[in-house]
Write a protein that binds this ligand. Structure first.
Ligand SMILES: *Cc1c(COP(=O)(O)O)cnc(C)c1O
Length: 368
C-alpha cells in the first residue's frame, strides 16, 4: 500500500491472524476461544475484525453492549455473541438478534427470565457472571443455589457458561490476589457443577490471564487486547503485531524565529529558530490534549517529532526542526514502529484507552 494522503487508521488483518495464532498457541487445543470485539473491536473495525476471526474459527464473541452485538449480527456474524453488560431495556433486542446476555444480578436474571418466558423461549443460552474480587459486576458464591433454583424451575433458560473477571492479571505483584480470585472461581464452579444437570463452559482469563495464569484457562478464554497486538508486557508485545496503525500527513511547515508562539493560548514559545509541521489530526480524532506540550512524539520519516504546544480540535503541531521532511509526507502516530502502549504511557494512559478513543471521523482502512 502506498503512503497515505490523509488521516487513516489502517487495520492489518494479517496482524490479527498472527496474534490469534500466537494466543491460540498458549492454550490447550480443546480450550475454546472467545474474541472480545467490544468498542468497535478496540477502536478498529468490529465487523471486519469479527468476520476475519469467524473465518479463523473463533468459538465465541463478546461485546459490552447490545447495540454492538446487533452490529455484528447485521454484518452477518453467525458465531454466538455474549453481551457482557446488557441493560434490561435491551432484552427484547437481545432475543430478536439471538444474542446471549450476561446475567449478573438477581434483578437482571429475573427481568430476562420474564421476557424470555413471555416470548416462549426454550433453553435460551445465558451466561452467569460471578464477582471474585473485581467488585464491578456479578453474583457472589452465596447466590449459587438461588440462581440454579431460578434457572432450573422450567426450561426457559440454559446456562451456557459461568464466568468471572480478573482484576490485575497483568500485574505480577498481585499474584496472590489473582490466585485467590482463581480459587474462589473454582469453588463456585464446583458448587454449580454439583447442582446443574448439564455441563457448562467456564471462563475467567482475559489476555494477561491467558499469558500469565495457565491455571485460569478453564474451558474457554477471552482475549481482547492481545488480538489487537498488545500484551501488557514487553515480553509478550514482541510476539504480537499491532493491528491498527494511525497515520496522517504533514499539511504545512512553518519556520519560526525565536520568540514566536505556537497554537492556541500560545501554548509554546520558541527560544530558538524551529521548524514545525501541522498535522490534520486533533483531540476530536482521539488524540487528547494530555498528549500536547512536548510530552509525546510521533514518527516522521523514521524520526521522533515531539508535539508542540496545545493539541487543537482538528490539528496538532510537531517539531520537525532536525527532520528531513516535506509537506505531504506521511506521519505515523502509532503502529508497529511506535506502539500505542508507549504513546499512551507518555500521558499516563494505556493502550486500551488510546486505541478505543480514535473517533469515527478517522477513516478505517483495511491494509491490502
Ligand atoms: C474487556 C474484557 C475482556 C478482554 O480483556 P483484555 O485484557 O482486552 O484481553 C475480557 N473479559 C471481560 C469481562 C471484559 O470486559
Amino acid at each position: 500500500m502506498g503512503k497515505t494522503k490523509e488521516t487513516v487508521l489502517e487495520i492489518s488483518l494479517d496482524a490479527l491472524e498472527h496474534n490469534y495464532n500466537f494466543i491460540k498457541s498458549k492454550i490447550n487445543s480443546t480450550t475454546k476461544f472467545l474474541a472480545v470485539a467490544k468498542a468497535f473491536a478496540y477502536g478498529s473495525d468490529a465487523c471486519k475484525i469479527a468476520t476475519k476471526l469467524e473465518s479463523l474459527g473463533v468459538n465465541y464473541f463478546a461485546v459490552a453492549y447490545t447495540k454492538e452485538g446487533v452490529e455484528l449480527r447485521n454484518a452477518g456474524i453467525k458465531t454466538p455473541i455474549l453481551v457482557l453488560h446488557p441493560q434490561a431495556i435491551n432484552f427484547k433486542t437481545i432475543l430478536e438478534y439471538t444474542l446471549e446476555p450476561n446475567l449478573y444480578s438477581e434483578k437482571i436474571l429475573n427481568a430476562f427470565l420474564k421476557i424470555a418466558k413471555a416470548e416462549n423461549k426454550q433453553n435460551y443460552p445465558v451466561h452467569i457472571k460471578f464477582n471474585t474480587g473485581l467488585n464491578r459486576l456479578g453474583f457472589t458464591i452465596d447466590s449459587v443455589s438461588k440462581i440454579i433454583k431460578t434457572v432450573t424451575e422450567d426450561n426457559t433458560l440454559h446456562i451456557q457458561s459461568i464466568f468471572s473477571h480478573l482484576a490485575a492479571s497483568e500485574d505480577l505483584n498481585e499474584k496472590e490476589f489473582t490466585k485467590e480470585q482463581i480459587k474462589e472461581f473454582c469453588k463456585i464452579k464446583d458448587e454449580i457443577e454439583k447442582l446443574l444437570p448439564y455441563s457448562i463452559l467456564t471462563h475467567m482469563a482475559n489476555t494477561s490471564g491467558i499469558l500469565n495464569y495457565p491455571e485460569a484457562h478453564f474451558s474457554m478464554v477471552r482475549s481482547g487486547i492481545g488480538l489487537y497486538g498488545y500484551g501488557n508486557n514487553p515480553n509478550f508485545d514482541k510476539f504480537l503485531k499491532p493491528v491498527a496503525t494511525l497515520k496522517t500527513i504533514i499539511s504545512q511547515k512553518h519556520i519560526l524565529e525565536p520568540g514566536k508562539s505556537v497554537g492556541y493560548n500560545r501554548g509554546f514559545i520558541t527560544d530558538k529558530k524551529i521548524i514545525t509541521a501541522t498535522l490534520p489530526i486533533g483531540h476530536a480524532d482521539g488524540i487528547g490534549r494530555q498528549y500536547g506540550q512536548g510530552k509525546t512524539y510521533v514518527m516522521v520519516n523514521g524520526k521522533k517529532a515531539l508535539i508542540v504546544g496545545n493539541v487543537c480540535m482538528d490539528m496538532i503541531m510537531i517539531n520537525v526542526t532536525n527532520i528531513d521532511c516535506e509537506e505531504g509526507d506521511e506521519v505515523i502516530i502509532f503502529g508497529p514502529e511506535q506502539s500505542a502502549e508507549d504513546f499512551a504511557k507518555t500521558a499516563n494512559s494505556i493502550s486500551y484507552e488510546l486505541l478505543t478513543s480514535i473517533s469515527s471521523r478517522v477513516k478505517r482502512q483495511i491494509k491490502i
